[in-house]
Design a protein around this ligand. Structure first.
Ligand code: ACO
Length: 325
């Protein structure tokens, strides 16, 4: 292991142009905006155009992150795309992004951990950088969940949306006696005994179809807060920090009630929570980088800030990433 850390050098995101409000959804299924807002905090979501694939959303977010970092696509060693809605069964969506960006010298792969995908991808990127296997990594969360929703099922179709977010991670040597910048700790978990509580009922090996998202919402809710709190507490313990040390808590944006309950359980002041779920719904692996991009670009996240990312999703999978901005 080299004595170096993965530092975020730039962020970017993209939401498709088409907006679907709660009122729009109430014309498709038997629901109301009041029910959706009260149960989830979601007010609207973005839907990819017919000719936009996940890789297209990912490419725009990636270009914005590269611009923000002030580097070119050829500077990137590795591209990781976290997605559960790939363009094709194979090849990886990441190689399409690599092609779109014009990167010819690096390598690219997808990872699949549903809503925890971005946290998983950041953890992989951190490990590659610490091990010296890559110096500059593009980590992308990108989804077109609108394509796997059952638009006749009001219990699920109101919750999700499309989008993409990206972060550029670069290796930086650790310098003695200086405030440590970059990723400080990563904690991942999964428990496959819950795999049928949130899943897609199709796939190449089982049904030879794409399938639709199915979810036992109450079961997800029941486990979410405890699992999230567990990995965040693990991050505090590993880094010798507490909730008071955090500048920003940037959770997976699934549901305002889950986010608020998690923050309360962890003793995190609600003013430190970045919440964007109202504007795009649950965009699965894209939601954390979407929220991160908003909070960085509006000036909330400043150099030196301690930032906690966390997510929980299908599998179940869950995890946290603690970093110093
Ligand atoms: N509009 C109106 N009524 C609805 C809707 C809707 N969109 N969906 C369900 N209902 C009805 C149900 O049919 C039920 O009616 P009934 O009492 O006549 O049978 C009633 O509302 C209550 O249903 P519940 O499922 O018990 O509602 P609940 O209060 O649990 O809220 C929700 C549902 C919002 C899905 C909640 O369980 C939840 O937030 N779960 C977490 C799910 C989640 O966030 N998943 C994201 C993926 S995982 C992750 O990212 C963490």
């Amino acid at each position: 292991m080299l004595n170096q850390r993965a530092v975020v050098a730039g962020v970017g995101s993209y939401l498709p142009e088409k907006v679907m409000t709660n009122d729009d959804i109430s014309k498709i299924v038997d629901t109301t905006s009041e029910w959706i807002v009260q149960r989830t905090g979601i007010e609207r979501r973005h839907i990819a155009a017919d000719d936009q694939n996940t890789s297209d959303l990912a490419t725009i977010a990636a270009k914005r992150a590269l611009d923000d970092a002030g580097i070119s696509a050829q500077d990137v060693d590795l591209i990781i795309v976290a997605t559960s809605t790939p363009d094709f069964t194979f090849p990886a969506t990441a190689v399409s992004v690599q092609y779109n960006l014009g990167n010819t010298t690096g390598y690219a792969f997808d990872i699949q951990a549903v809503c925890s995908g971005f946290v998983y991808a950041m953890t992989i990127a951190d490990s590659f950088i610490r091990a010296g296997n890559a110096s500059t990594i593009l980590v992308i969360g990108a989804e077109t969940f609108s394509r796997i929703l059952d638009w006749t099922d009001r219990t699920t179709c109101v919750l999700f949306g499309d989008g993409a977010g990206a972060a550029v991670l670069r290796a930086q040597p650790v310098v003695e006696d200086q405030l440590e910048q970059g990723i400080l700790s990563c904690h991942l978990r999964s428990d496959g005994s819950h795999r049928q509580k949130l899943y897609v009922d199709g796939g190449p090996s089982s049904t030879q179809t794409t399938g639709h998202l199915r979810m036992q919402g109450r079961e997800v809710f029941k486990h979410a807060v405890g699992m999230i709190s567990g990995v965040v507490t693990d991050a505090f313990a590993a880094s010798g920090t507490t909730a008071d040390d955090l500048a920003w808590f940037i959770p997976h944006q699934a549901n305002r009630r889950i986010i608020e309950a998690s923050a309360e359980k962890l003793g995190i002041d609600i003013d430190k929570v970045v919440m964007t779920v109202e504007g795009h719904g649950n965009t699965s692996a894209a939601s954390i980088p979407l929220a991160l991009d908003v909070a960085v670009k509006d000036g909330r996240v400043q150099r030196g800030d301690l930032v906690m990312l966390e997510a929980m999703g299908g599998g179940f999978t869950w995890g946290s990433v603690l970093l110093r901005w």
